[in-house]
Ligand binder design. Structure first.
Ligand code: ADP
Ligand code: MG
Length: 676
């Protein structure tokens, strides 16, 4: 037997069991060895029942009596009396009726759980139960707990793994020895062995460190190699032209911020090089990213190259097209708009203009990446709110050019440093760390639904002063099963009562494109006082005169989403307000408190990463890369160590191919994260 052997080759694994394993993607011996425990249950310290104190505890006992009774719909309580030589205590399980069959056998079990005061008495709540006779001797009673696989017991997994122990001991080292030594890591075989058969719980952290380091090292090495490969590509050479740029800048209705100047300069310099640019422009909501892209597009057009600007929503594409037309047309640069809403002959005409080079700047949604769209000379690709796009979409867009076009991804979602190093390691980054002059920090306030009247009064005062307001509800239609607000009902209600005297608009994703456009235009032209909308306005929408953002059922939204929504106001020198209305008058969640306290997108992103983890924030499908098994991106120290070693490795010029397994993993990550 070897690592590639099928599982059914192992003694005691039947056809049925191996099929169950296969469903979870475990087919070979190696897959199973790498199927690491998700937790441990420490049965090494056993307390006699008479000595049990409140808190986490493990006892060794038999079940004397056990009954299950339904309490109400959806809740069944199982209570048992557990006894050892000298004492007895009560245990309770919620909705685990199978405990009866499991424990009625009268055999001896280890029970591990929390002993606490509940329902007027002390009891052991939801303890796990493991047959004493099942306990593998060699683990010193620290029991690895595996992710459950349907139809298979954890005990079977443990048993098979103990059969594989000789193979685990022989596992070859996958990292370069030099790195293992200088980082003082345990060997791969020791690490895997400890994960499955820990002697002491303290050893597990050393084993995890080693495996997490390896994961991060692979990821970071992949991104370094991608960067090197990028550097070998040939891109369009677009020289800096002072006259074009200063002409653009002097025609602007405002002065660029220093951060905008620096970012534009960095981008322009990248384009003078022979390699294609690969840059991320990161700036908090309202920091003025669009105009930076416009400036560069202007100078790109001057040299006869086209720019494609891709936005995540139609609404945003329309707005960008409008903004950029205003800035660029007077300078002789033509702007086209391509969305799903451009149809028939006008679409054909636009296609022709794009392929003939008659349009310099094409703004659009993902309609831009369709096969039918051909460019004359695509030199510059801008992707707005890039975290919304998958790697594949970017690749398709980049394919539309003879040489690799320069790429700029723009995002308002601040990326925590740890993510930046790992996932975005191959990108150069420009940061807009200041807002245009004269902006006042938005005042954020949590309102309980009881104080609605007071809040509306505050809002009405703003409208009387000539300002506008957004009201965000998460649903389109009311759902009788919950109390969550919907735009349709809220719109009707407000129009017929408290805001009878105001002009109110309704916006949501189910409207037709031109209806959406019309409402949005009315709002931005100041013909509406209030826009009742779903989150379709979440990203990018720019109406400077709006100063109130009211979010209903605010507790239902994520932190980044709230920050983005709030960013729709505070876009002028006027004082702006964000009102977060909670669903109930209960104490607001930590998320809401954080957002009330801070306007700093970076800080909020860090908090969000802590609260929810990266997969949740950035979306699994887009970043399969974040499906790390052991490492967490919150571990910035380990990331820094892995980053340093990856750099040293690349600079040493050592041949990666001599580390076969490492090379394979790195290739995998490279494909996953590369932009070209
Ligand atoms: P974001 O970075 O969120 O995409 P936008 O590009 O939409 O921000 O810009 C926000 C608003 O600020 C726009 O109305 C834009 O015209 C304006 N703006 C951009 N730069 C400046 C500046 N330097 N001074 C004043 N206003 C600016
Ligand atoms: Mg924007």
């Amino acid at each position: 037997m070897n690592l590639d052997s099928k599982l059914e080759k192992i003694k005691g694994v039947g056809v049925k069991a191996s099929q169950q394993f296969a469903i979870s993607g475990i087919e070979t011996v190696s897959d199973l060895i790498n199927f690491l425990p998700r937790a441990y249950e420490d049965f090494s310290v056993i307390t006699p029942i008479l000595g049990v104190k409140p808190g986490k505890v493990t006892i060794k006992a038999r079940c004397e009596k056990i009954t299950t009774r339904p309490v109400r719909r959806g809740l069944r309580i199982t209570t048992a009396t557990l006894a050892d030589k000298n004492g007895k205590l009560q245990a309770v399980w919620f909705n685990q009726p199978y405990r009866e069959t499991q424990l009625k056998t009268g055999k001896e079990f280890y029970f591990s759980g929390v002993f606490e005061f509940n329902y007027n008495r002390y009891q052991l709540t939801n303890p796990s139960a493991e047959l004493v006779s099942d306990m593998p001797v060699q683990t010193d009673r620290i029991l690895p707990i595996y992710r459950s696989i349907k139809g298979l017991k954890s005990t079977l997994v443990r048993k098979i793994l103990s059969e594989l122990k000789p193979l685990i001991i022989m596992l070859p080292e996958t990292l370069p020895e030099k790195i293992v030594a200088s980082e003082k890591l345990v060997s791969r075989s020791d690490a895997v062995l400890t994960m499955h058969f820990p002697n002491k719980i303290e050893q597990v952290s050393k084993a995890k460190e080693r495996l997490a380091f390896e994961e991060l090292f692979q990821l970071l090495l992949a991104s370094q190699l991608n960067r090197m490969e990028n550097a070998k590509l040939k891109g369009w050479h677009i020289p800096f032209n002072l006259k074009v740029v200063s002409n653009f800048v002097t025609k602007l209705p405002f002065k660029l911020t220093t951060a905008q100047r620096i970012a534009a300069w960095e981008i322009i310099q990248d384009m003078e090089r022979k390699t294609p640019m690969n840059r991320l422009l990161q700036g908090d909501v309202g920091s003025g990213k669009t105009v930076v892209a416009g400036l560069v597009a202007c100078q790109v057009a001057h040299f006869g190259y086209q720019t494609a600007i891709m936005a995540p929503t139609e609404l945003l594409a329309n707005q960008h097209a409008e903004t950029l037309s205003k800035l660029l047309r007077p300078l002789g640069v033509s702007v086209g708009l391509l969305t799903g809403n451009v149809k028939g002959t006008s679409r054909k005409t636009l296609y022709n203009q794009i392929v003939n080079g008659k349009v310099d700047v094409v703004v659009g949604t993902h309609a831009l990446i369709q096969e039918t769209v051909k460019f004359h000379k695509l030199g510059f690709v801008v992707i707005d709110e890039q975290h919304r796009f998958g790697v594949e979409q970017r690749q398709q867009l980049l394919k539309k050019s003879e040489l690799m076009p320069h790429m700029l991804a723009m995002t308002a979602t601040p990326i925590p440093r740890s993510l930046m190093l790992t996932v975005y390691g191959e990108l150069d980054i420009s940061i807009l760390n200041e807002l245009p002059a004269g902006r006042k920090p938005i005042i954020t306030k949590i309102w309980s639904p009881n104080s609605r009247a007071q809040m509306y009064t505050a809002m009405d005062k703003e409208i009387s002063a000539g300002r506008q307001a957004y009201i965000i509800c998460s649903l389109i239609e009311d759902n009788p099963e919950n109390e969550i607000k919907s735009v349709k009902l809220e719109f009707t209600k407000l129009q017929n009562s408290i805001f009878k005297h105001r002009r109110i608009g309704l916006l949501h994703g189910k409207l037709k494109s031109d209806e959406k456009d019309a409402v949005m235009r009315e709002f931005s032209d100041g013909k509406l006082d209030i826009l009742v909308s779903t989150t379709v306005v979440e990203v990018g929408v720019d109406v400077a005169n709006a100063t109130v953002m009211l979010i209903e059922n605010a507790d239902r939204f994520g932190l980044s989403q709230l920050h983005q929504l709030r960013g729709r106001v505070g876009r002028s020198e006027q004082q702006s307000y964000c009102y977060l209305v909670t669903s109930t008058s209960a104490k607001p969640t930590k998320r809401l408190q954080e957002i009330e306290k801070s306007n700093d997108g970076f800080h909020l992103a860090e908090v969000d990463l802590e609260l929810r983890g990266p997969g949740e924030i950035y979306g699994r499908s887009q970043h399969g890369v974040l499906d790390l098994q052991i490492a967490t991106l919150a571990d910035t120290k380990l990331i820094a160590r892995a980053q340093r070693q990856a750099k040293v490795f690349v600079q040493s010029g050592e041949n990666l191919l001599q580390y076969k397994q490492l090379a394979a993993e790195v290739r995998y990550y490279q494909r996953l994260t590369t932009l070209n």
